[in-house]
Design a protein around this ligand. Sequence first.
Ligand SMILES: Nc1nc2[nH]c(SCC(=O)O)nc2c(=O)[nH]1
Length: 276
Amino acid sequence: MKMNFAGRELDMTRCHVMGVVNVTPDSFSDGGKFNRPDVALERARQMVADGAAFIDIGGESTRPGAAPVSVQEELDRVCPVVEAVARELDVVISVDTSAPEVMAEAARLGAGLINDVRALQREGAPEAAAQASVPVCIMHIQGEPDSMQDNPAYRNVRREVSSFLTERMRVAELAGVRPENIILDPGFGFGKSLEHNLQLLAALEQLHILGHPLLVGMSRKSMLGHITGRDVNERLPASLAAATISAMKGASIIRVHDVRETVDAVRVVTAVKEAG
Ligand SMILES: Nc1nc2[nH]c(SCC(=O)O)nc2c(=O)[nH]1
């Protein structure tokens, strides 16, 4: 199944790696490192050289307790980097934002994917995503980033995540988002306990029943820290394990900080699948 990301077609039956470029001062694992367009562009260059098919550019940290960002501040952070990457690199640019204005401007500057961790819940977001006419990733979140980890609770996390995604898809399609432009994401770490995250990963393949490509993001996340006891910069092995499991279970896009290593892990999964 091919998907068209602002002119770049990718086969969503294969597994692609998305490199994370946070243009923020306070993102949990690399906050402040790429806060300047030239540094962010160099990071994107390296990720593309390492095999990333997507670069996810975000201007708002969604870590619990992160300072809220104005739309203008988000535009000022994200747009120069989108513009620079679009000008120089042959890669699909994903914009990690919930703000309709940022979606619109990033798409105008060349972004080929809208990645909204709030599932288009902001006023005007479904319409902006439809207007942008690029694929959109709809991710499950329970509550808001600031308080989502206070006490996440579900009767049945798999069922509730599926029904949330189904409802958000309905809203998106009513606003004009084409069904073939929708990617889904269970939202690891977004209003989930470790147990909830593990149940969702264990049953990831069940989400295929919703009929859309899956994007997953567990890279360096605290769920991996809880399992291994490792600090955030010591979580590469656990991140690779999570990426490998996701690829085996049919994820189409894996969102990571460590592209080179993840590309190799996905290559092994792909080789085994193709030998099957
Ligand atoms: N689609 C998607 N977008 C994301 N943006 C972040 S920001 C927090 C972090 O990188 O840990 N996580 C995700 C994720 O899991 N899925």
